[in-house]
Design a protein around this ligand. Structure first.
Ligand code: FMN
Length: 200
């Protein structure tokens, strides 16, 4: 009901996001930080997949992946992307759009080093989004990495790291009766966030 009256909402969309996201975070459901990420390459075809939000602040929204994956290829051709969060228990969705950039190597290293060994090995073993002959191939690669790094943790491979989506558009959506939903859009214009209400 929060969006019913615009004066209840934060003037800064990052603060509005935090208000909603902190509720979700406290519930601590599995993959509470999941979001659908949509990208498009030069051919203009859009593709979506889930990723996990690993951090956010006023600079943007960060997820980690394999830079050689299909999404990585898309983002190298066209940096614009869209993130979608849906929290059905709260009747809320948030859309965030903007340009992506790779996070610094230091930031990727820092996050990689917090990953458990199995996840680090996976980043080495799996050439994400490439064709593999069978599942055994993946297991063999994983076991090879596991024996190679059985006493020392691997360092981050160059092909793996983070992207930060730097938003220029947010939309907060809240479910209403009789489909009279509330939608508030925040658009960045000349360095200021301009808010408008959209028809549901
Ligand atoms: C809940 C959930 C979270 C996921 N989180 C990530 C993630 O943070 N990073 C990632 O690379 N893939 C993640 N995946 C796998 C992706 O959805 C996708 O299969 C993979 O990144 C390859 O996508 P692409 O071929 O479009 O690049 C996740 C999948 C699910 C279902």
């Amino acid at each position: 009901m929060e969006l019913r009256n615009i004066s209840n909402t934060k003037k800064d969309p990052f603060n509005q996001f935090s208000l909603w996201y902190n509720i979700i975070r406290k519930e601590n459901r599995d993959n509470y930080n999941g979001l659908a990420l949509s990208t498009a390459g030069v051919d203009g075809r859009v593709s979506s997949r889930m990723v996990l939000l690993k951090k956010y602040d006023k600079k943007g929204f960060v997820f980690f992946t394999n830079y050689g994956s299909r999404k990585g290829l898309h983002l190298s051709q066209n940096p614009y992307a869209s993130m979608l969060f849906y929290w059905p228990e709260h009747g809320r969705q948030v859309r965030i759009e903007g340009r992506t950039e790779k996070v610094s190597k230091k930031e990727s290293d820092e996050y990689f080093n917090t990953r458990i060994q199995g996840h680090k090995l996976n980043a080495l073993a799996s050439d994400q989004s490439t064709e593999i002959p069978d599942r055994q191939y993946l297991l063999d690669r994983y076991n090879e990495m596991a024996s190679m790094y059985h006493d020392t943790p691997p360092t981050r491979p160059d092909h793996w790291g983070g992207y930060r989506l730097v938003p220029d558009l947010f939309e907060f959506w809240e479910e209403g009766e009789n489909r009279l939903h509330d939608r508030l859009e925040y658009r960045l214009l000349n360095g200021r966030w301009v808010i408008r209400r959209l028809a549901p």
